[in-house]
Design a protein around this ligand. Structure first.
Ligand code: NAP
Length: 244
């Protein structure tokens, strides 16, 4: 990615990794369209480079979210990279229905809604780059967070399917599936102490590197790469009885 003047839309730029990636891309000279529900945080981000940031209030669970995305793209005069960093996630050992259904609504329905619109935009243009933060949580069913790991698996497979479809249609759309381990953001706030926690600023630097080299899949960091490689090889009966 030659960053100067690249037009990048970031959904989920109001906090966490999305916000950190936005700051780095601004340092590189990109023009940004930033979206999320919390407008005040987007406006704070705009202060870093007022003439290179356009903001939009978008809730990915709303039916008009794709329309709002198109308006944002129009306002920017086009889009070269679509970077998706929206998501929610909670442990839910008691399987509270609200948590499960909200997670599906945001991480599965919202994801398909927004990635789909970006895909259709790039398909009309014939080229583009779609990147999304999914998670290592999609590589196995995780008992403490069933809807989170299930929706992350959905995201992994959806991106893979779209990439195959795009190639079959002769489109030049690149896909980057970013899979971090535990990152110290608001999403993990709470009483539970997570092991091997990564700093969002450091993860953001690795994400930008993956975007520039247009990686297909990027696990962050190397320790989680090793961990997921190991747990993929665990025999299924062992996984079924693992106490996480
Ligand atoms: N933290 C981790 O350990 C970790 C690990 C692997 C993957 N991830 C994934 O990384 C992504 C970013 O999360 P994060 O860790 O950076 O957490 P975060 O700081 O909580 O950021 C989540 C972002 O998603 C946005 N969002 C949530 N619901 C939304 C909705 N309905 N419509 C639009 N935007 C919405 C939030 O903005 P508003 O609230 O302003 O709308 C916020 O900008 C998520 O997909 C998460 O699953 C996180």
């Amino acid at each position: 990615m030659n960053s100067k003047n690249k037009k990048v839309v970031i959904i989920g730029a109001s906090s966490g990794m999305g916000m950190e990636v936005a700051k780095l891309l601004l340092d590189e000279g990109c023009q940004l369209g930033v979206a999320a529900r919390r407008e005040d945080r987007l406006l704070a981000l705009k202060q870093f480079a007022p003439d290179r940031v356009v903001t939009a209030t978008i809730d990915v669970t709303d039916e008009d979210a794709p329309h709002r995305l198109r308006s944002l793209i129009d306002e920017m005069g086009g889009m070269d990279l679509f970077f998706y960093s929206s998501g929610i996630g909670k442990q839910n050992r008691t399987l509270e229905p609200d948590i499960e259904l909200n997670t599906f609504n945001t991480n599965a329905m919202g994801f398909a809604r927004m990635i789909g619109e970006a895909y259709r935009y790039f398909a009309e243009r014939g080229e583009g780059h779609i990147a999304a933060i999914t998670s290592i949580a999609g590589t196995k069913g995780l008992g403490p967070a069933p809807s989170y790991s299930a929706t992350k698996a959905m995201q992994n497979v959806y991106l893979q399917a779209l990439e195959q479809q795009s190639n079959a249609r002769g489109l030049k759309i690149r896909f980057t599936d970013i899979r971090p381990g535990f990152v110290d953001t608001a999403l993990l706030s709470g009483d539970f102490r997570y092991p091997m926690m990564l700093k969002p600023e450091k993860v953001a630097r690795q994400i930008v590197r993956a975007l520039k080299s247009k990686r297909h899949i990027q696990v962050i960091d190397w320790k989680y790469s090793l961990l997921t490689a190991c747990w993929r090889r665990l025999p299924r009966p062992l996984w079924r009885h693992l106490k996480l």
